[in-house]
Design a protein around this ligand. Structure first.
Ligand SMILES: [Zn+2]
Length: 612
């Protein structure tokens, strides 16, 4: 089956790319743009930057020590998208592999002498994931052969001993290769890599061992910490190991880490990471909007972890978190033209970024860039969108569950369902039975959708008004026999709503944000109007315009009084301001109109105490 994750057990089982086919719509459009534009864009840039030339032996080698992994992520994207450029690129990679399976174009020292920073095993992880994608979409070929030889080399070299890699990812890659091939040594190698962490397995570094999760064994950790992408990849690999070895203790440990991390270390957008210096989580409730790091890759890694936990447990909260990240990080990370990307996704930008051509040397937000010196995010977006269909729906013994809504077709058992929806702009979802059969159909009802309703409309009554029943947050479950023409209709209330932060998030105290459905909204100021530093809002009525593409908020502009000292006795919004209507747009659409300032969290006016 064509899916990035295929556990051998769990409450839910995936439906792959062969079973779920997005049609034009919010996600279908992005999947198509990715296949038609972004994959070629990434290929061009990696050729231009010399990262592919490294595999042809061009010298001096170019790019960072992990640039090989970028080619592998793109190969994975190409495999899922059945891209015609895959065989040639795979052949280039294959020719660089040494006779014992070792493959790295950037490492010039003695092998495996700097596992803290060398990224040799990390690169294999992405190579193996590309090989798995090819095995599941095509079958054995040059790419899968290279990946298996690399995996065998890793097992030969690392099965004994105590070593692991500074950057996790090989753990989940090896488990997935085990799931493809049945070769138990891959699972055992992954299990050992997970268990070695925190004993410790790596040398101490200036950031501290928590940076690469080597401070505490995985099963003893209480929260995700350190470098956010590393933490989320490791947790994903730990879930994979736990599921395949029946290790309930390990699974429960990761679930507890997830719960606390979501409760205390996650931005409203679902983004993770608060510190730029080491791309890491902050302390609990350390969630500054302007210094939010919230790397696009951390969002993608959160989708990967959430999906694994959803499959293992069937708990709706994992699908809920994945949706938040999909709409507010994944969709934000790539521009509407598919050719430029955000690396960091802060929730406030104070200074408009200067437009620039070429490679962005930094990861800072402001404007999307066509490429980065560390360009993990574009290729990660490419492989995730190329396989996104595999995240949308699942099966279990009783039928099919829809977790995410976008137009398209879903096949399972004998059932063929067509999903019709304008989500997330409209809250109406119609599931039409194209080919009938028996089985349960479950539709996810998000936690924000109080007042949602659902109706079953048999084919013979399709012209009459539906008889609605309430749909509580969780899953609306409909059982029975389905005939062609039968419909299920779900209505999710989409009125925009105010959202307030936990009082312990000091950086957000005195602010509110606006959400509508799964979307977080923001104020954007392209030419300095309105001045976002001077905005204050009473918690007033919200009005949506243009099918939710704009939400209007009553606001005031309270000009700051110039002062040589930014502290004093007067409350900040004591004076009256000019009344204006602030137009908010979905966060994922910001930064598409040129340099701009932006804020998600809006300061509350002192003069209009909120009534709730
Ligand atoms: Zn990244």
């Amino acid at each position: 089956m064509a899916s990035p994750v295929l556990p051998s057990s769990g409450v839910l089982s995936p439906l792959g790319l062969d079973a779920v086919r997005p049609a034009p719509g919010f996600w279908g459009d992005r999947v198509a743009l990715n296949r038609e534009v972004t994959v070629a864009h990434c290929l061009e840039w990696m050729e231009r930057e010399g990262w592919i030339g490294n595999f042809r032996g061009e010298r001096p080698p170019r790019g960072r020590e992990f640039s090989d992994s970028e080619i592998y992520k793109l190969l994975e994207a190409m495999a899922w998208a059945d891209h015609p450029a895959l065989p040639e690129l795979a052949e280039t990679v294959a020719r660089a592999q040494e006779s014992d399976g070792y493959l790295n174009t950037r490492w010039s020292g003695e092998r495996y002498t700097d596992l803290e920073w060398g990224h040799e095993l990390y690169c294999y992880g992405h190579l193996i994931q590309a090989g798995v994608a090819r095995l599941r979409t095509h079958g054995e070929d040059r790419l899968t052969e290279v990946a298996r030889r690399a995996a065998d080399h890793v097992c030969d070299r690392f099965m004994a001993g105590t070593q692991t890699c500074g950057h996790p990812v090989i753990e989940m890659a090896l488990v997935e290769l085990y799931r493809c091939t049945g070769a138990e040594r891959y699972l055992e190698m992954a299990r050992r890599f997970v268990e070695r962490r925190g004993l410790p397995a790596l040398a101490d570094i200036p950031f501290g061992r928590a940076y690469f999760q080597d401070d505490v064994p995985v099963r003893q950790a209480r929260v995700l910490r350190g470098h956010a992408v590393r933490a989320l990849y490791l947790a994903s690999g730990a879930v994979d190991v736990a599921v395949e070895t029946g290790d309930q203790e390990l699974l429960k440990a990761v679930e507890a880490q997830w719960e606390r991390t979501i409760a205390t270390r996650t931005h409203l957008t679902g983004g993770m990471g608060s510190r730029h210096s080491d791309e890491s989580f902050g302390d609990d409730f350390e969630l500054p909007p302007d210094r939010a790091y919230s790397e696009t890759c951390a969002g993608i890694a959160l989708i990967m972890l959430a999906h694994r936990l959803l499959l293992a447990t069937g708990e709706v909260r994992y699908a809920e978190a994945a949706e938040r990240v999909m709409f507010n990080i994944l969709a934000t990370g790539v521009a509407v033209d598919g050719r430029s990307f955000f690396y960091a996704n802060p929730l406030q930008v104070r200074v408009p970024a200067a437009p620039r051509e070429g490679v962005n040397q930094a990861a800072e937000g402001g404007l999307r860039s066509p490429w980065f010196a560390v360009s993990c995010c574009p290729n990660n977006i490419a492989r995730t969108l190329a396989s996104l269909a595999a995240y949308l729906a699942t099966a279990d013994g009783t039928g099919v569950r829809l977790h995410h809504y976008t137009p398209g077709e879903i096949r399972h058992g004998g059932l063929v369902l067509r999903v019709e929806t304008g989500y997330p702009w409209s809250g109406g979802v119609t599931v039409r039975v194209v080919e009938g059969g028996s089985g349960r159909i479950s539709l996810r009802v998000p936690a924000w959708a109080s007042g949602a309703r659902v109706a079953r409309v048999p084919a013979e009554r399709s012209g009459t008004s539906a008889s609605w029943g309430p749909a509580e947050p969780g899953y609306a479950v409909l059982d029975g026999e389905w005939r062609p023409g039968d419909m299920i209709r779900l209505e999710l209330p989409m009125a925009p709503r105010w959202t307030f932060p936990d009082r312990r998030i000091d950086a957000l105290r005195g602010c509110a944000a606006v959400e509508r459905g799964p979307l977080v909204y923001c104020a954007e100021s392209v030419a300095g109007e309105p001045p976002l530093d001077d905005i204050a809002v009473p918690v007033g009525p919200l009005a949506e315009r243009e099918y939710g593409h704009v939400v209007e908020v009553p606001a005031e502009i309270v000009p700051a009084t110039g002062s040589a000292w930014p502290y004093g006795p007067a409350r900040p919004y004591a004076q009256a301001g000019e009344r204006v209507t602030l137009r908010l747009l979905p966060y994922h659409r910001w930064g598409n109109r040129g340099p701009a300032t932006m804020r998600v969290w809006l300061p509350l006016s002192d003069r209009h105490p909120r009534r709730r």
